[in-house]
Design a protein around this ligand. Structure first.
Ligand SMILES: NC(=O)c1ccc[n+]([C@@H]2O[C@H](COP(=O)([O-])OP(=O)(O)OC[C@H]3O[C@@H](n4cnc5c(N)ncnc54)[C@H](O)[C@@H]3O)[C@@H](O)[C@H]2O)c1
Length: 372
């Protein structure tokens, strides 16, 4: 992954330590540029042990190329773990495009990017992420067939937040069963931070199950939209007020890093289960939650409904099939929590271990030779 030609010393380093480039572990990192359209993208394939890498394209005004590289390396690795525990036949990969999604997008740039995706010959399937949407995927699809998350009119599955929210709800029910002996959320008080696409669908499931719901969002429009759909929902003044409210469950559904020393100390809930990616500000927060007796559902386990949906689209999308697989998030979450309790580990560490075991066990089968 180094952009410098590899010399004899690098080769020696690689052979003796297994570490190549600035980070270890990634199979392939590709720098793509097309100066005329302004495209600067990095595609990172962490692992294809389970199948072609699958992960979205983030379009973001990174302050430097190094910041973009750090992000894509981290995100692609996370996708390998998420796809593994979701039971998908996909490895982990991700891409970043450096630029402002509000001003930097053009047909030319997206199609140039699509040609680079195509050049990987199916080792990487792309999809939507922060800064890209289904309309962008439709444009990218004019240059590559290795794209998913397309619009419904173009044969895609459309917005993935419906199944993401459903999966989070199933994960939450599994947490409830682990903590309280019943998966029902009836009578429980759930705080949802962030009522955008996923959070608002999640609120619907919670109310249907008989939970009382308190929400907060920095966007007054998001709160107003939710109030129109669900007038009975209580509104908290902000995240601090929500954290301090008398909650049974806290569901971070906004940005990453929601769980840090301060928020964990302020938490009233006994379960944390939400859609946001990368909720733990650092890995030590998983132990901190456990010390406080808080049951944490690892984010990538419970928010896999979206990637389950886009993976299903590759086979020709069928909502009921994708929903059935997303329902499996209940069993996966239960397995992670049981393993964590048995091994005396934070759930995040137990999830990582299970994901790695599947990558090793199923990935190994490629060693059985098949004629093509
Ligand atoms: N959409 C999916 O299918 C999907 C899949 C997996 C994970 N996720 C993750 O779930 C989270 C929510 O995704 P989404 O698609 O609903 O995004 P979204 O942008 O539709 O909603 C996010 C909401 O959070 C609010 N918000 C931002 N900062 C906040 C803060 N500090 N406090 C309270 N509210 C805040 C925003 O105003 C917005 O309403 C993200 O972390 C995303 O990465 C989404």
């Amino acid at each position: 992954m180094s952009r410098q030609p590899m010399g004899a010393t690098d080769l020696a380093t690689s052979a003796t330590t297994g570490v190549f480039g600035r980070r270890s572990g990634h199979e392939q990192v590709v720098f793509c540029q097309d100066p005329a359209s302004g495209l600067q993208a990095i595609i990172a394939v962490y692992s294809t042990a389970l199948g072609p890498g699958l992960g979205g394209t983030r379009f973001h005004p990174y302050l430097s190329e190094d910041a973009a590289l750090d992000d894509v390396l981290r995100l692609s690795r996370s996708m390998a773990y998420k796809n593994s525990l979701a039971g998908l036949d996909h490895g982990g990969a991700k891409a970043v495009i450096i630029g402002d999604p509000a001003t930097g997008k053009s047909e030319e740039l997206l199609r140039a990017y699509g040609r680079f995706v195509q050049s990987l010959g199916g080792r990487y399937y792309t999809a939507c992420d922060v800064g890209t949407d289904v309309a962008d995927m439709d444009v990218i699809a004019r240059e590559t067939r290795f794209v998913t998350g397309r619009s419904e009119v173009n044969g895609g599955a459309g917005d993935s937040s419906v199944l993401t929210a459903y999966g989070v709800f199933e994960g939450m029910r599994a947490c409830a069963e682990h903590a309280w002996g019943t998966p029902s959320l009836a009578g429980r008080r759930v705080g949802v931070a962030g009522v955008g696409k996923v959070g608002s669908h999640l609120v619907g499931h919670l109310l249907m199950d008989g939970a009382a719901v308190v929400v907060t969002d920095v966007s007054p429009q998001a709160v107003d939209r939710l109030r129109l759909r669900h007038p009975g929902v209580e509104i908290a003044a902000g995240t601090d007020a929500l954290l301090a409210a008398d909650l049974d469950i806290y569901a971070p559904c906004a940005l990453g890093g929601a769980l840090n020393e301060q928020t964990v100390a302020a938490l009233s809930a006994t379960i944390v289960c939400g859609a946001a990616n990368n909720q733990l500000a650092h890995p030590g927060i998983g132990s901190r939650l456990r010390e406080r007796g808080v049951l944490y559902a690892p984010d990538y386990v419970v928010n896999a409904g979206g990637v389950i949906q886009v993976a299903d689209e590759i086979a020709g999308f069928r909502f009921e099939r994708a929903k059935a697989r997303a329902a499996g998030i209940f069993a996966t979450t239960a397995r992670v929590l049981t393993e964590a309790a048995r091994e005396d580990l934070p759930p995040a560490a137990a999830a990582d271990r299970l994901a790695e075991q599947r990558i090793a066990a199923v990935g190994r089968l490629r060693a059985i030779y098949l004629t093509r």
